[in-house]
Ligand binder design. Structure first.
Ligand SMILES: Cc1cc2nc3c(=O)[nH]c(=O)nc-3n(C[C@H](O)[C@H](O)[C@H](O)COP(=O)(O)OP(=O)(O)OC[C@H]3O[C@@H](n4cnc5c(N)ncnc54)[C@H](O)[C@@H]3O)c2cc1C
Length: 314
């Protein structure tokens, strides 16, 4: 990766654009920004983003089938071919001055005329007794990362989304049995994944059921259903959605909706001039890599337009 080190950062330099994030939205945005000849820097906490945690991506146009990690390797190659600088860091606050933005990480500060926030989201917790205690000891939020530890064991996936279905399908390759435990009447997976789940002998769906507690000794041993049943299990994979990483934005007065998503318009503008947002952190109802990339690309164009006008005024 065209990674730059902290010591290579000139704290007095003002970038045209700083893109926050290391997922598909941020990298898609940076690729377009570089091609618009903007002086762009990408700052991401962890390269790859959420998509890098899934084993199978079959809906990114032009790529029939790959892993999330594989997709992001392609993004990285594209970014490198344009010599886009990427720095691994976490931005903790944004400050607005009259002419530019100052972005603060723990040890460093960065200046930019415009900012794109593509910080995605964090996995939601289930919020039940035992979840925190057994995190990493049988409770997981990533089947691709932790699934291989459950060879020939019995596990459950909590949730009914397409992501939950895909997690169950991935786990079924290795484990003895996977239960999908879902509070609704019917899982909401893409039809192709729903069909795969239903045809998979190792997967069983338990509907209309909530987990109220996770129990164990050193590791998870059981979950308790809301009807009081104690259900023996070796691993619990929680896939109940995510919360947007929008705190940074809120601190500079950027408007969010009641789900804490950043409100953007069709040109990815926020209510604060010069700050744009895109991808899972923003307020689109349907969130995928391709939709995030599209919003990121629009944000790059809007930033280009903003910086061009700003330069004329100077
Ligand atoms: C199990 C699962 C399967 C999925 N399968 C598919 C699929 O098949 N196809 C598909 O298109 N989508 C899929 N998705 C959805 C897809 O992963 C997301 O829509 C996509 O990753 C959103 O991209 P993003 O760049 O907006 O956010 P993210 O991918 O979440 O990336 C956000 C980035 O911001 C960084 N960051 C956060 N805070 C800061 C900060 N303060 N400073 C610096 N960096 C920060 C993070 O480290 C991360 O790199 C799946 C999701 C899950 C959970």
């Amino acid at each position: 990766m065209y990674n730059i080190e902290m010591e290579d950062i000139d704290p007095e330099k003002t970038y045209d654009l700083i893109v926050l994030g290391g997922g598909p939205t941020a990298i898609g945005c940076a690729i377009y920004a570089a091609r618009f000849a903007l002086d762009v820097l990408v700052i991401g906490k962890i390269f790859g983003g959420l998509i890098a945690t899934t084993h199978l991506v079959e809906n990114y146009p032009g790529i029939t089938s790959t892993s999330g990690q594989g997709l992001m390797e392609m993004f990285k190659d594209h970014m490198n071919s344009l010599h886009i600088p990427y720095i691994t860091d976490e931005i903790r606050s944004i400050e607005k001055t009259s002419d530019y933005f100052i972005l603060h990480s723990f040890f460093q500060k960065f200046k930019a005329k415009s900012v794109v926030i593509a910080t995605g989201s964090e996995r939601k917790k289930l919020g039940v007794t035992g979840e925190e205690e057994f995190a990493g000891k049988g409770v997981s939020y990533c089947a691709t990362c932790d699934g291989p530890f459950y060879k020939d064991k019995t596990v459950c996936v909590i949730g009914g989304s397409d992501s939950a279905a895909k997690e169950a399908l991935f786990l079924s390759q290795n484990v003895k049995k996977v239960y999908i435990i879902y509070r609704g009447e019917e899982i909401r997976a893409e039809p192709i994944n729903k069909k795969r789940v239903k045809a998979n002998q190792k997967i069983e769906i338990i509907y209309r059921t909530n987990i109220v507690e996770i129990k164990g000794d050193n590791n998870v041993r059981a979950v308790i259903f809301d009807n009081g049943t104690e259900f023996e299990i070796d691993g619990v994979f929680i896939e109940v959605g995510s919360n947007p990483n929008s705190d940074l934005a809120k601190h500079i007065g950027i408007k969010t909706n009641n789900k804490d998503e950043i409100i953007i318009n069709r040109t990815s503008e926020t209510n604060v001039p010069g700050v744009f947002a895109a991808g899972d952190v923003a307020d689109a109802p349907f969130k995928q890599a391709i939709t995030g990339v599209a919003e990121g690309v629009i944000a790059a164009y809007s930033a280009f337009d903003y910086v061009k006008k700003m330069n004329i005024e100077y």
